[in-house]
Ligand binder design. Sequence first.
Ligand SMILES: [Zn+2]
Length: 145
Amino acid sequence: MMSQKKDVDDRFKQFGTVSFTSITKTNDFIDYLKDNKVMGTRCKDCGLSFFPPRADCHKCLASNMEWFEVSGKGKLVSYSKLQYAPIGFEKDVPYCIALLDYGDYKVFGRIAKDLTDEDIQVGMEMQTVVNELPSGQLNYVFVKA
Ligand SMILES: [Zn+2]
């Protein structure tokens, strides 16, 4: 009989509407969200920053990482309004997915629902904030800086 590992670290299930990665070395990400912090990881050897957080640096092939907070303002590089959503996101449409450029790293995510089309302009400054979904799940959204 095969033994099953029961003590799986599945904190990532609490992230977002549908969780793609329920088991990851970067589970602390969820604990930080609960603390109202959006965090990425940075390689202590070469300084490369990663978002979403990674446990390993692809440049150094090392795992010498530290957490940093995604704070301050990022610039809206591009965005796209989704009218049709992948399975699991149907109830959320329409929403805008977007990319913010923080200089050292970029953050991919959603624009807050309360922003209208007129509010959103490429090049504008935005901030990444923790957001609680009606289900109690946590994610992050972009708001006007
Ligand atoms: Zn590195």
